[in-house]
Design a protein around this ligand. Structure first.
Ligand code: ZN
Length: 217
C-alpha cells in the first residue's frame, strides 16, 4: 500500500476562512479541519501573522504579479513546530467547533436514516449552504455523483476512498463541478464525515435521483 499525503485545504479556502468570508456551513467545516490538522493550523497562523495586509489589498485592487505566490510560499513554509498547538480534545470524534454547533458530543447528534445504512444529521442550513454529518457503514458506497457547486468533506472517523485517493480523520476533500466521484467507506469501520455543500449534487443513478428529494442532499 502506498502512503498518500494528507489532504489539506486549498490556499483559497484558507484565506477565505481567515478573512471571515466563507458561508457559515463552510466556515464550520474549515474550523473543524483546522482544529484537527497541525499543518493547516500553521498555515492559518501564517496568514493571520501577516496582519491582513494581503486581505485588505485584495478587496480593492489586483495584487502585483507574483506577490500572491510569494506570500503563500511563506505561509506554506511555516512548520507545525512553530505553532501553538492545543492538546487533542476529550471527544474522540467531534472537534470543538462542531461540538459548539451541535451543543454536545457525538451522543447529542440527531441522526436520521437515509437508506442503505447511511445516516445524516443537518448541522447548519441557510441559503448559502448546508453542513451535515454523514455516517456511512463500513464498506458502504455513496452513489456516484458530480456537483453543481462546491462540496467540502472532512473525515471525522474511519476513512473513505474515491477517485482522488484515501481520506482519513482530519483529511479534507474539495470537490467542485469538475469532480465526478464515488466515495466508498473502508471495510473495517463506519465512516463519519462533516460535509458542506452550496448546491444540490448531481447523481448518476436513477435510484439515487429518486431518493434525493427525501434526503435533501
Ligand atoms: Zn461529492
Amino acid at each position: 500500500m502506498t502512503t498518500v499525503p494528507n489532504h489539506n485545504l486549498s490556499d483559497e479556502l484558507l484565506m477565505g476562512y481567515a478573512a471571515g468570508a466563507l458561508p457559515q456551513a463552510f466556515d464550520l467545516v474549515v474550523a473543524s479541519h483546522v482544529s484537527l490538522s497541525p499543518d493547516s493550523r500553521a498555515r492559518l497562523d501564517g496568514l493571520e501573522a501577516l496582519g491582513g495586509v494581503l486581505l485588505t489589498q485584495s478587496k480593492g485592487a489586483e495584487l502585483a504579479d507574483g506577490s500572491f505566490e510569494q506570500v503563500m510560499a511563506r505561509i506554506n513554509g511555516a512548520s507545525p513546530e512553530e505553532t501553538e498547538w492545543t492538546a487533542p480534545e476529550a471527544d474522540p470524534v467531534l472537534p470543538a467547533p462542531l461540538r459548539d454547533a451541535i451543543g454536545g458530543g457525538l451522543g447529542s447528534v440527531n441522526w436520521r436514516p437515509v437508506g442503505m445504512g447511511v445516516k445524516q444529521a443537518i448541522v447548519h442550513d441557510d441559503e448559502n449552504g448546508t453542513a451535515r454529518l454523514l455516517s456511512i457503514p463500513a464498506g458502504g458506497e455513496m452513489p456516484k455523483h458530480s456537483h453543481r457547486g462546491l462540496e467540502l468533506t472532512l473525515v471525522l472517523k474511519g476513512a473513505f476512498r474515491d477517485e482522488d485517493g484515501r481520506f482519513a480523520r482530519g483529511d479534507i476533500e474539495e470537490a467542485g463541478e469538475e469532480t465526478h466521484h464515488t466515495p466508498i467507506a473502508e471495510a473495517d469501520e463506519d465512516c463519519i464525515c462533516l460535509i458542506a455543500t452550496d448546491a444540490r449534487l448531481k447523481f448518476d443513478g436513477l435510484m439515487a435521483r429518486i431518493a434525493q428529494p427525501f434526503i435533501g442532499i
